[in-house]
Design a protein around this ligand. Structure first.
Ligand code: FES
Length: 87
């Protein structure tokens, strides 16, 4: 699990191993744009402000993943204990 901080919403969450960040945010009533929920459409891409995503999407290139500027919230996780996103 890891801590997810939704910066603009001013809220923080624990994302358990079996859930995606998008699921946790949606369960809490935070509006996350999602479509395919399989990491292929890019709808759920969100800017990363702090932390390193564990990229599990297929939409970003290797270069984009290595830059760690965005995370696909429908499928990815975090390599760092805290991930702060622009949402
Ligand atoms: Fe399609 Fe996340 S909803 S990549």
């Amino acid at each position: 699990s890891f801590e997810l901080i939704a910066e603009r919403s001013g809220r923080r969450f624990i994302v358990p191993p079996g859930k995606s960040p998008a699921q946790v945010l949606l369960d809490a009533g935070i509006d996350v744009p999602v479509s395919c929920e399989q990491g292929i459409c890019g709808t759920c891409l969100c800017d990363v402000l702090e932390g390193t995503p564990d990229h599990r999407d297929l939409i970003q290139s290797d270069e984009e993943k290595a830059s760690n500027k965005q995370i696909a919230l429908c499928c990815s996780r975090s390599l760092t204990p805290v991930l702060r996103i622009d949402l």
